[in-house]
Each structure stands twice: as structure tokens, then as C-alpha cells.
Design a protein around this ligand. Structure first.
Ligand SMILES: [Zn+2]
Length: 379
């Protein structure tokens, strides 16, 4: 009896010793992926939105979906007076909802030829940074619209802008650049890859470069941006809209390799990611995993107070949930952004955590005093 007992005990011991590491390893590896059910639990940041209204429609839905926001001043070729109005909305909203919003400022180039332009622009940006702006945005009017007194288009690598970029570099403030347009912009409508681009350029022929062959080409826009980054290697730069390289993860990878201080937001270009996924899902998935610390989730949604509240909030929820499904699951999906089916990328949760919040904290220093933790990570 005694012999039998000790034999059993010994066998148990050996089994435990043998299997313990396996049990331990499987526990460590267990929750590698999120699911649709985790959507509300996971801390998320949308780093490219535009809210300029007194109503709280946007933030109410963001809270329900556990999103926080980077509210960017819209810089549509505006006068400084209009920029100030836009800016005041951001400052006011940040004051009312400091836990939900950070904001980015911008500057006007309307007075470019005025000898005081550089110093007054520096003063204006200094005020914004002191009041809490985490970034400064430049827009496609540089390179596509604005001309100096000699009639020459002002490009982003113009030496006059370097004084401003030097200031941002020394204060470690991110420059957000929407420079150029999606490559589709230089194609006829029928050849564009996504339905949202087809609609936008149909409605905005002034920006449809296929119709303006006299203006710089797509390659010239990207080259000017690259030259600016070569001149400013320490500038922290976030390329809006996948850095206008939305059509090719290979081309984007080349820039991310070349410019270590460059990251990109995904705003309004997820359709091009769907498109590339339809063509070569393995390649796109490998790209997102390899560059997981350089990509920031964003949508370019906004609220100017005009749309019906229910419609606005369902647009927001549907967009955020669609993108979560794409990045988190391996579901077969369709979208009105393009024709045909594509499959979700099923990215590991550590990649999702980076894209959805950790990179915003790192690159844009958003919510530095935040005590909220990602509940799902803690579980
Ligand atoms: Zn935008």
C-alpha cells in the first residue's frame, strides 16, 4: 500500500514537472487576439478628427465607444482670422472635456509675402503650444494651391518654412502633414481604386489633379515632402492619410525605413488598405506587424453641428466598429468604400494596442497624466 502510494505520488510529481512549463507557456500566450466583444473595453484614440461646434454629439459617442480624440484645426487655405476662430473651438472643447480631447493647431500662409509673416506665425504657434496644442498641422494648400507674389507655388520644402520647423523640432512638437493627395487624385475617376475618392474628386474638381496637368505631379508632391524631412531629420513628423503613400505599403515602408521620426495616421485612407488587402492580404498584414510602432489609428470624421445627432453618432459608431472588425478579426468583409470582398487582418493584440493608443501617447504625447488604463490589457 505504502509502496503503491509513493509510486503514484512520484508519477504525479514527474508529470507536473514535465507539464508545468507547457501549462505556464499556454497561459502566457492565451489572449493573443481581441474579438468584436473587446471593442468597448479597449482604450482607443482617434488621432485625426475635426470638431468645431458647441454641441457634445461627438464626445458622447466617443465615450460610449471608448475613444479619445485629437481635434485638429482645419486649415483650408484660411485667413489667420478664420484659423483663430477654428482654434478657439478646439481650445474651448479641450477646456470643457480635458479627459477626452487633445488638440492640434495650424497657421495661415495667406500673408506669406509680408516680411513679418515668419515672426508673427512663430508668435501664434508659441501661444498655441503654451495653451496645450500637441501638434501643428500643415495642409495640401502648400504644394497645390497657394502661390507667392511671383506666382510660384509654395512647396513644403521652401526654406522659409524651416524656421517654423526648427522651432517645432526644438520644442519636440509634432508636425502633422497632409501634403499632396492620394495617388487616385492624378487618375481619371473611372480608374480610381476607392469609391470615396471617386466621390470626393467628382465633387471637388479643383483638387482633381488629373484635370490640372500644369500643377506638380504626384511624385513631385511626395519628393518635396521627402526633401523637407531630409533637411529636418529631428523633426517629429506624422504624415496624415498614410503620408499620401496610401496606395502601396512597399512605398510607405521605404519612407518609414528612411525617416525614423516619421509616423503616419490612417485617416480617410482605410479604403486603400482594404484595396491592398484584397490584392495581397499577407503582405499588408506583415507590413502592419513590422511597422506597428509607426501607424496611428484615425478616421478624419468631424462635427460642425449641422448633421442630425442620431445620423452623426451612427456614422461614427459604424466607422469605428468597421475598422475594428477589419484590424482585429479575420472575417470576410465588404465595404461601400470599394467593390468586392476582403478579409480582416486579425492582428495580434499588442499590435492593436499600439495602433489604437500607445503610439498616440508616444508620438503625440497625448494624455500624459492619464490614469485610465486599458482594462482589457490588465485582465
Ligand atoms: Zn482632416
Amino acid at each position: 500500500m505504502t509502496t503503491y502510494e509513493s509510486y503514484t505520488q512520484q508519477t504525479m510529481k514527474i508529470l507536473i514537472i514535465l507539464f508545468l512549463p507547457l501549462i505556464f507557456l499556454s497561459c502566457m500566450k492565451q489572449p493573443v487576439y481581441y474579438s468584436m466583444d473587446d471593442f468597448e473595453e479597449v482604450d482607443k484614440i482617434d488621432v485625426h478628427i475635426h470638431v468645431a461646434t458647441d454641441r457634445d454629439t461627438f464626445v458622447e459617442q466617443a465615450r460610449k465607444d471608448n475613444f479619445r480624440l485629437l481635434n485638429i484645426v482645419v486649415d483650408i487655405s484660411n485667413t489667420q482670422k478664420e484659423i483663430v476662430e477654428e482654434y478657439n473651438y478646439r481650445l474651448d472643447i479641450k477646456g470643457r472635456h480635458p479627459e477626452d480631447f487633445e488638440f492640434a493647431t495650424s497657421f495661415s500662409i495667406k500673408d506669406w509675402d509680408n516680411p513679418d509673416w515668419v515672426s508673427s506665425t512663430l508668435d501664434w504657434l508659441d501661444k498655441g503650444i503654451n495653451e496645450g496644442a500637441v501638434a501643428v498641422k500643415v495642409w495640401k494648400n502648400i504644394g497645390m494651391v497657394f502661390r507667392d507674389k511671383n506666382g510660384a507655388l509654395v512647396m513644403i520644402d521652401d526654406p522659409k518654412l524651416d524656421t517654423i520647423f526648427n522651432m517645432l523640432t526644438s520644442r519636440k512638437i509634432t508636425l502633422i502633414g497632409h501634403l499632396g493627395e492620394p495617388k487616385n487624385c492624378w487618375l481619371p475617376i473611372g480608374e480610381m481604386t476607392t469609391n470615396n475618392d471617386k466621390g470626393y474628386f467628382k465633387d471637388n474638381p479643383q483638387y482633381h489633379m488629373y484635370k490640372h496637368p500644369d500643377l506638380p505631379s504626384y511624385d513631385e508632391q511626395v519628393a518635396a515632402r521627402d526633401r523637407m524631412l531630409e533637411k529636418n531629420p529631428d523633426l517629429i513628423f506624422m504624415g496624415a492619410h498614410l503620408g499620401s503613400l496610401e496606395w502601396s505599403v512597399d512605398e510607405l515602408a521605404k519612407r518609414l525605413d528612411k525617416f525614423p521620426n516619421m509616423s503616419v495616421d490612417m485617416a480617410a485612407r482605410i479604403g486603400q488598405v482594404f484595396y491592398q488587402t484584397k490584392e495581397d492580404r499577407k503582405k499588408v498584414r506583415a507590413f502592419l506587424i513590422k511597422y506597428q510602432d509607426r501607424l496611428l489609428y484615425a478616421t478624419d470624421m468631424g462635427d460642425n453641428g449641422k448633421m442630425d445627432v442620431i445620423d452623426k453618432q451612427s456614422e461614427m459608431h459604424n466607422t469605428w466598429i468597421r475598422d475594428w472588425e477589419f484590424l482585429v478579426t479575420d472575417n470576410i468583409m465588404t465595404s461601400d468604400l470599394l467593390t468586392g470582398e476582403f478579409q480582416g487582418l486579425h492582428l495580434p493584440r499588442e499590435v492593436i494596442d499600439r495602433i489604437y493608443s500607445k503610439n498616440a501617447r508616444k508620438w503625440l504625447k497625448m494624455f500624459p497624466d492619464d490614469k485610465r488604463k486599458n482594462k482589457a490589457i490588465l485582465n
